[in-house]
Design a protein around this ligand. Structure first.
Ligand code: ZN
Ligand code: FE
Ligand code: FE
Ligand code: ZN
Length: 277
């Protein structure tokens, strides 16, 4: 049985295709019994960028997810948002959380100052920087996001690897403060399979970061980051294997922004595949 898929988008963000009902039908098809929408949230200022819903579209977003719930009752459908962590936006995020009975917020860092580090159009900017400097700045922000308590889950924790531009240095000292913050605030880290579809060809986060998360008992969730219904649950068996190899025996669920105790237990590694080397 596959774990819930908590990371999927809708056309409201302007770079995804398929309605929530299509994602839900796909989940039913591949045998996923719980999904959650986490589309790119509005910002305090509309047209902040061109890859998110506008503020007034929030009600439409909720309505489309409710439509999927009615059409596909076999799948438990949650609703959340993927919210950018940007210093200074904390109060706005708090207000956003009060506008609906959300099941969870995924906190993501896509911006380092005005640079959307995962936007392919900004790849030239990567060439002007030492990758380690970028990772350092990114993980400082991610640490603040995890410490803020504004989010239930941290999205694609090592996003800067997306274009496979990686530092030579060991980054353990950047991961540690982030994971300490996640552990003390009770924020989960997601295993996001979209990385497998990018140049880095690797699940977010990398095995080293995930093992360090396990050492600190940081809870995990799973997400495909689907921007197309065909991506629902993509590569989840690989993600489950990675979790198991990292020592995880269970993942967590959320509802109404509360972590649920009825965690999904992951089958033991050897039941899924040959033991880790
Ligand atoms: Zn997106
Ligand atoms: Fe994201
Ligand atoms: Fe996403
Ligand atoms: Zn995302």
């Amino acid at each position: 049985m596959l774990p819930p898929d908590y990371h999927m988008h809708t056309p409201l963000c302007r770079h995804a295709v398929g309605e929530p009902v299509d994602y839900a039908r796909r989940a039913r098809e591949v045998g996923i019994r719980e999904i959650g929408f986490s589309d790119h949230s509005p910002m305090a200022r509309d047209n902040f960028d061109n890859w998110r819903m506008q503020d007034r579209q929030l009600t439409d977003y909720i309505a489309r997810v409710e439509h999927a719930r009615r059409e596909v009752p076999e799948v438990n459908i949650l609703i959340g948002l993927e919210v950018d962590y940007i210093p200074g936006h904390e109060e706005w995020i708090q207000q956003l959380s009060e506008r609906h009975s959300w099941d969870y917020f995924i906190g993501s860092v896509h911006y380092i100052s005005d640079w959307a580090i995962d936007d392919p159009q900004t790849i030239p900017r990567w060439r002007e920087h030492d990758p380690y400097d970028v990772w350092q700045r990114y993980f400082k922000l991610l640490t603040e996001a995890a410490a803020s308590g504004l989010f239930n889950i941290i999205g694609h924790a090592d996003l800067p690897k997306k274009f496979d531009i990686r530092p030579q240095q060991d980054c353990a000292s950047l991961y540690a403060p982030f994971l300490d913050a996640a552990a003390s605030s009770g924020t989960a880290v997601e295993l996001n399979t979209a990385g497998l579809r990018k140049d880095c060809r690797e699940i977010y986060p990398n095995p080293q970061l995930l093992a360090m998360a396990r050492d600190r008992s940081v809870p995990i969730t799973f997400g495909s980051d689907a921007h197309d219904p065909r991506e629902v649950g993509a590569d989840f068996s690989e993600a489950v294997e990675l979790a198991q190899r990292s020592g995880y025996r269970s993942s967590v669920r959320f509802e109404q922004r509360q972590r649920l105790d009825d965690a999904i237990s992951l089958p033991r590694a050897k039941e899924v595949s040959s033991p880790a080397k």
